[in-house]
Design a protein around this ligand. Sequence first.
Ligand SMILES: [Zn+2]
Ligand SMILES: [Zn+2]
Length: 92
Amino acid sequence: MTSSKPIKIRGPSHCAGCKEEIKHGQSLLALDKQWHVSCFKCQTCSVILTGEYISKDGIPYCESDYHSQFGIKCETCDRYISGRVLEVSGSK
Ligand SMILES: [Zn+2]
Ligand SMILES: [Zn+2]
């Protein structure tokens, strides 16, 4: 499997979602950034992503929104062709 899960970390930083300082409590490290746990949400439906997520261009989405926006449906069975797409970090 190639899905991603946020990693829980601690320590002062700035949230990539709301840009506020993360003072204490739990934050997430995802997409190479830190987020308040409550700020790491699907860009489309705002569901808080505590488990699996899919990112595109550094923006997190829940699985169903990712598929509905970027997924490819099988013409025959009308199911999304699976293939969790992970963000490919280009030039680093
Ligand atoms: Zn935040
Ligand atoms: Zn969503």
